[in-house]
Design a protein around this ligand. Structure first.
Ligand code: NDP
Ligand code: MG
Length: 385
């Protein structure tokens, strides 16, 4: 395999730092050519000095000079600001983008990478939730592979290798259930930020950890799966599996079910996406079926975790509704992380925003941006941000 030049967008995050571990462990296969952060300048500088990329981008322009000064003795080019992310995504210095920015902010650079015909390893699920039709259409047009990093979608992708065009009957997305599995609204109403940030199986960035606690993460993943695998909404099923050993399953037309399994460790789907179609040897801990262990499965409690019901509604109705759901959710989670709203209030903010913003059946990219902005503005008024 020739050395692949990787651009890590969001290199200072949970996905980004784990991707750099994978690159560091396989220096003959991968080089880190682009690193980007929003505000964590110290870590970005440290990563740049270690990996010697071609380019770094710091989103927050007030931190540009600090990064520039710290890297003055190197050849590394330093850029700053939101626009620079898109400009760098359009450059020729890399082969594959790891899209590891969190939230709507990841959409434009990722779309730019696809536009330029770059392969994309996609962690940023919000990109597909917001504008999945446009992104996937563009990927087909440009013959760009979009390789999922999200563990469930990586599992499905892995189950589909070798199946050629065998039709899928349905996919089963597994969910850990998060830290509040089995809890009821009378408990959830008092949940605070620090408790919600403790996920039982995965260590992740703050936003996705809250999304996992509310089950919004699984809702976003249903929409992500629809676009990645070209499915009808009814073909996407969610099943709670608290041990997170089966990462998801595919049922084919003959009733046969394939599952992909392993210990919950994001480095595995990250490595798979970077090295695809190869599998690389590694030292990650392994699941041992000989150890006493039980795998459990149950239906999600959508009466309690209503975010999953709202996301299912958005999945079925389509149009700009997933974009609106996502924007309202980003505002609600941001407010919850600052102790401005309660755990259950997040759902009310999302529901009211979905009712408020006008429905558009087939939005243009511009209309997606407008729906996102309108939803954010309205959601913020509900919270008095
Ligand atoms: P983190 O919050 O840990 O990291 C986010 C990264 O994006 C950081 O590098 C951050 O920079 C940067 N960033 C944040 N805001 C902006 C912005 N407005 N503009 C540009 N860059 C920005 O998130 P995760 O790594 O947990 O998640 C990243 C994506 O991957 C999300 O979409 C998530 O849903 C998805 N994902 C994550 C998984 C995980 O295990 N963590 C699993 C599956 C999917 P800075 O550090 O400077 O703030
Ligand atoms: Mg996931």
């Amino acid at each position: 395999m020739m050395q692949k030049r990787i651009a890590i967008f969001g290199s200072t995050g949970s996905i980004g730092t784990q991707a750099l571990e994978v690159i560091a462990a396989n220096p003959s296969l991968f080089s880190a050519e682009v690193l980007t952060a929003q505000s964590n300048d110290d870590l970005l500088i440290k990563q740049a000095l270690q990996f010697n990329p071609n380019i770094v981008v710091i989103g927050d322009e007030t931190r540009y000079q600090k990064v520039k000064d710290a890297l003055a003795k190197t050849d590394i080019k330093v850029f700053a600001g939101e626009k620079a992310l898109e400009e760098v995504a359009a450059m020729d210095c890399y082969d594959l983008m790891l899209a590891g920015i969190v939230g709507f902010a990841g959409l434009k650079p990722t779309l730019q990478a696809v536009e330029q015909g770059k392969a994309v390893a996609l962690a940023n699920k919000e990109t597909l939730v917001v504008a999945g039709d446009i992104v996937m259409q563009k990927a087909i047009e440009k013959r760009v592979p979009i390789i999922p990093v999200d563990s469930e979608h990586s599992a499905i992708f892995q189950c589909l290798v070798g199946e050629n065009l065998n039709p899928i009957d349905k996919i089963i997305l597994t969910a850990s259930g998060g830290p509040f599995l089995g809890k009821k609204p009378n408990f959830l109403v008092n949940v605070k930020r620090d408790h919600a940030l403790q996920h039982p199986n995965w260590s992740m960035g703050a936003k996705i950890t809250i999304d996992s606690a509310t089950l919004m993460n699984k809702g976003l993943e249903m929409i992500e799966a629809k676009w990645l695998f070209n499915l009808k909404p009814d073909q996407v099923q969610v099943l709670v599996h608290p041990q997170s050993i089966i990462h998801s399953m595919v049922q084919f037309e003959d009733g046969s079910i394939k599952a992909q399994m392993g210990l919950p460790d994001m480095k595995l789907p990250i490595q798979y996406a970077l090295a695809f179609p190869q599998r690389l040897a590694n030292q990650f801990p392994r699941y041992d079926f000989r150890r006493p262990n039980t795998l459990n499965f149950e239906e999600p409690d959508i009466k309690t975790f209503r975010n999953l019901a709202l996301a299912t509604e958005a999945l079925h109705k389509g149009g700009n509704l997933p974009c609106v759901l996502n924007a309202a959710n980003e505002i609600a989670v941001f407010a919850f992380l600052r102790n401005r709203v309660g755990f259950l209030d997040m759902t009310d903010v999302i529901e009211r925003t979905m009712e408020k913003v006008a429905f558009i059946g087939q939005p243009t990219l511009e209309e997606y941006f407008e729906s996102d902005a309108e939803a954010r503005e309205f959601a913020a008024t509900l919270i008095h941000l």
